[in-house]
Design a protein. Structure first.
Length: 451
């Protein structure tokens, strides 16, 4: 085992797990960014193709949230079981999560394929961009099982302390995607279809890597049998917070695209293209940030399960520090390297300037967002969904109201201010609530174990 979650020095443990997890998520961002970069540079149809893929992006990510529903829902339970020394219970949880992921993948694939046209139309596809959105979406959704297994089961690799193995699984898929994208898009002249095929092949490779490891080499391996409806329900309850966070984020992006199309007038497709570029940068911010706060949940869940309160507190301090450091760097990068980032997607000077302005607005409160991630994911890691869920929904509610109110009252391009408004109001509630509740939560756990 790479890391001893209960005995290794906390500072080294956090860094050994957080850094590979962060890098893994950073590399995973390349799945969408590389697709969008190559699509945006398709001769003659690049901007329209990018707008079409942009409409699909939040829907695809929202579907991918089911991987976190099961993955992050099951890993705290497995970690707490391991902290208690109950390997049999941990193994049953893993088995149930594997079956859940496969079942959800089948249901989601069939349902979404039946509803794809009304979904894409509702979420911002115009008559011009719909053919590009439909071509990408149909192929990508057909590989949903690979997306959910690669992302969902990856969480159980990290949860056992195998951060480097988890990173390798993500890098495998991302590198393969980078290689296949230009071959399929340009070499085979497949356009957006080529981008979708490259992505699902890459996800299939990652899923295969993760499953082989969990079947044969991990400390806790996938077994068959011991399935329990009660266990599955508990996993879904635990995973609802991260699922809701990701789903709500993407519902908001979908709503933004629809509102930009509605209020943007003749500039509707252009504003959606800008939003696609902005959300690509936000993925660079939020995905690795989630790698830090989510990847280190295994430390919190294991030590919370074992009743090591001092180690939980120390770990959270280091995790929060890493989150703040990373978001601080991304705040500066948005201002110093934003124009270079935008040129990956478009060579249009006016579009570049508008996208850079939008990125600067959305990252105004990047550092408070880092604190929010550390607190919410920390509560989730300890199984405290009664704390993490309300905090998440508070931020999403504010964002939801702002997204609808801003374009109705002013210019549609001002909609990007919804992000900093929600971040500030969210952390203003999360920080005091954390300091009020954390000692009580840990004390209750110690009392439970002593009894």
């Amino acid at each position: 085992m790479e890391n001893d979650l209960g005995r290794d020095k906390i500072s080294r443990l956090v860094f050994r797990i957080a850094i590979p997890s962060m890098l893994a998520q950073f590399v995973s961002v390349l799945y969408s960014i590389v697709d969008r970069m190559f699509v945006g540079n398709i001769p003659q149809f690049g901007d329209l193709s990018l707008a079409g893929v942009g409409v699909c992006g939040p829907i695809v990510t929202m579907i991918g949230a089911f991987a976190f529903l099961v993955g992050i829902g099951g890993t705290p339970l497995m970690g707490i079981a391991l902290g208690e020394g109950n390997r049999e219970k941990a193994s049953r949880i893993l088995a149930n999560c594997f079956v859940l992921l496969v079942g959800i993948a089948v249901i989601v694939t069939g349902t979404v394929l039946l509803l794809k046209e009304p979904m894409l139309r509702l979420f911002g596809a115009s008559d011009i961009t719909y053919p590009y959105a439909e071509a990408y979406f149909t192929i990508y959704i057909s590989g949903t099982v690979f997306a959910l297994l690669s992302t969902g089961m990856y969480q159980f690799v990290i949860a056992q302390g195998y951060a480097k193995v988890g990173m390798c699984s993500v890098i495998l898929g991302a590198v393969l995607n980078i290689i296949l994208d230009p071959i399929f898009i340009y070499g085979f002249h497949m356009g957006v279809r080529g981008a979708a095929f490259a992505t699902i092949i890459s996800q299939a490779a990652s899923a295969t890597f993760v499953l082989i490891f969990l079947l044969k080499k991990a400390n806790i391996t996938i077994c068959f049998g011991g399935y329990s409806f009660k266990t599955m329900v508990r996993v879904l309850q635990m995973g609802f917070t991260p699922f809701a966070i990701i789903a709500a984020d993407n519902i908001m992006i979908i709503a933004m695209n629809a509102l930009l199309q509605k209020h943007g007038g003749a500039q509707g497709d252009t504003l959606i293209t800008i939003n696609t570029i902005v959300q690509s940068f936000m993925l660079v911010l939020t995905m690795p940030l989630g790698g830090i706060s989510g990847g280190t949940q295994c430390i919190l869940s294991y030590n919370y399960g074992a009743g090591y309160s001092d180690r939980v507190i120390k770990a959270q301090r280091y995790i929060a520090g890493l989150c703040v450091a990373y978001t601080g760097i991304l705040f500066l990068m948005a201002r110093l390297a934003g124009p270079a980032f935008v040129t990956l997607f478009t060579s249009d000077a006016e579009l570049n300037a508008q996208a850079c302005r939008a990125i600067n607005i959305c990252t105004l409160t990047a550092v408070p967002l880092g604190i929010q991630y550390a607190i919410v994911d920390g509560f989730t890691g300890m199984g405290q969904i009664q704390m993490s869920l309300p905090l998440s929904f508070w931020r999403k509610t504010v964002y939801f109201i702002a997204v609808f109110a801003i374009p109705a009252m002013t210019d549609a391009s001002m909609i990007f201010y919804a992000q900093p408004i929600s971040d500030i109001l969210a952390v203003s509630l999360s920080i005091p609530l954390y300091f009020i509740m954390i000692k009580r939560i840990l004390r209750n756990r110690e009392t439970f174990l002593a009894g």
